[in-house]
Design a protein around this ligand. Structure first.
Ligand SMILES: Cc1cc2nc3c(=O)[nH]c(=O)nc-3n(C[C@H](O)[C@H](O)[C@H](O)COP(=O)(O)OP(=O)(O)OC[C@H]3O[C@@H](n4cnc5c(N)ncnc54)[C@H](O)[C@@H]3O)c2cc1C
Length: 440
């Protein structure tokens, strides 16, 4: 029996391969990079993990269900390596702060905040709400301009998650099920054959080519999905578009940070991660600590994304002066809102890099069967892609959905599971395809 091959060992491919392995399928995960990654949407040590959302919000569900699935992964690993694995290896729990600007303020209504500090029904979040300047000062010690409102979410495993640790644990777990993760294996060609697929794979270390057959495939190549699928499902390239993003890493001057009191340092810790819901959508989190103990703040702008001319080269584009200045300005503004004693020249640009994520038209990810040229869907091939800047926190749920779709399993009777499956799945794909053909 030929195995299932999952192409791409980022968060999505790794989670899908793990779910398949856990369900008893024979699976090979192929990744073009070496085991220490230097590119990919999942690169790095932190992503915001959060679950605030209105009733029925699929992103809240994806995160909450993902936490349950991560716990199962940890439990499995501890049966093999007792006591060595914990949820805290992956998640750092801390408050998540959302600042709403005038244009986004009306969105607050959907969070059912009529009873401040109570729980929106869907996600069970514990939240605190400051609808005005006085409450922001009283609850969070924040000095806000008049027009802004703040929500702070406190929930176990909301805060940040570490994609690199999650990927390593998933790969370890896959290997423990006697399935394989193969690094330095780039899929250069994909062909449908009588019973399944033929993959031409290059070993990126020695350039040797190999042909391998699979009964089923999963495309989880992140920004490379369009290119990967160009011969067997060319329309994917029109349905998802890679975009360049930047990440800036900023460091408060040690002479300033070290002068802060313990209470001020705590305020900084409690203030991250932060999402400012303005036109550019600023987000920031603590990526880690420098060797001198000063935190490194990671900064990005969800809507400060740009088109890509060369996907292989985009990763090396340096940050522009505007991107660096914007990151510093937004950070200083936020730290000052928290009453922290800091000026613009107290913040150093530590490092930065360009990265990529891919977007569907509605910016909602896909977990779909591959559309074929005759308009039908290939039930033996699944794409998990178009993950935008929201995928990481729901990784384990996307993987679960993808594995279930590939083997035609219902997955769960949970109503939110069904709603999520529908929002990401084939039904939406079919309406996107109709829309696309009317545009062409
Ligand atoms: C800047 C940025 C910030 C983000 N912030 C957040 C956040 O705060 N919270 C959140 O929830 N989400 C966030 N996300 C989203 C999240 O990180 C992504 O949704 C997720 O990492 C996507 O994973 P992936 O597996 O689809 O893609 P990738 O990580 O890109 O994985 C694809 C893998 O496939 C490999 N590959 C490609 N082509 C081939 C081939 N032909 N053969 C073999 N292997 C191949 C690549 O090397 C890569 O490792 C952010 C994303 C970015 C870029």
């Amino acid at each position: 029996m030929k195995p299932t091959i999952v192409i791409g060992g980022g968060l999505m491919g790794s989670a899908t391969a793990w779910h398949l392995a856990q369900q008893g399928e024979s699976v090979i995960l192929l990744e073009q990079q070496d085991s220490i990654y230097t590119s990919g949407s999942s690169l790095g040590e932190s992503r915001i993990s959060r679950s605030l959302g209105p009733e029925g919000d699929i992103y809240a569900y994806l995160q909450i269900r993902g936490i349950e699935e991560t716990q199962k992964l940890i439990d499995f690993l501890n049966t093999k390596e007792p006591g060595k694995h914990s949820m805290e290896d992956i998640y750092s729990t801390s408050p998540v702060t959302y600042i709403f600007y005038p244009k986004t303020s009306e969105e607050i209504a959907v969070f059912n905040l009529n009873k401040p500090d109570t729980l929106p029904a869907s996600s069970g979040d514990s939240i605190a709400f400051a609808p005005d300047v006085e409450t922001a000062m009283k609850k969070f010690g924040m000095q806000l301009p008049d027009s802004l409102k703040v929500i702070r979410e406190y929930q176990k495993y909301s805060g940040t998650m570490n994609p690199s640790v999650l990927i390593q644990k998933l790969h370890k777990a896959i290997s423990y099920t006697d399935n394989e993760v193969r690094y330095n294996q780039r899929v250069d060609q994909l062909k449908r054959i009588d019973q399944g697929y033929q993959l031409t794979i290059q070993d990126t270390k020695n350039q040797n080519n190999q042909i391998v057959e699979a009964s089923k495939i999963v495309a989880a190549a992140g920004p490379y999905n369009g290119k990967l699928l160009q011969h067997i499902s060319p329309v994917i390239d029109e349905l998802i578009t890679p975009k360049r993003l930047f990440l800036a890493f900023l460091k408060i001057k040690p002479s300033v940070y070290n002068n802060w009191s313990a209470a001020q340092k705590d305020k900084l810790l409690n203030g991250y991660p932060i999402i400012k819901l303005h036109d550019e959508l600023f987000y920031s989190m603590i990526e880690g600590y420098d060797s001198d103990g000063v935190p490194i703040l990671k900064v990005g702008g969800h809507f400060k994304r740009t088109p890509i001319t060369n996907l292989d080269e985009v990763w090396t584009i340096p940050l522009s002066t505007e991107e660096k200045e914007w990151s510093a300005r937004e950070t200083i503004e936020y730290l000052q809102m928290n009453g922290l004693d800091i000026e613009e020249d107290n913040l150093d640009f530590h490092s930065g890099y360009s990265c990529v994520y891919s977007l569907t038209k509605s910016e909602v990810p896909y977990v779909i069967n591959l559309p074929m040229s005759d308009g039908t869907l290939d039930r033996n091939a699944v794409l998990v892609g178009g993950m935008s800047g929201v995928g990481a926190k729901g990784t384990m749920t996307y993987g679960h959905l993808a594995a279930n779709l590939l083997f035609g399993k219902k997955g769960s009777n949970d109503r939110m599971y069904e709603i999520t499956q529908k929002a990401l799945g084939n039904e939406r794909l079919e309406s996107d395809l109709i829309e696309l053909s009317s545009e062409n």
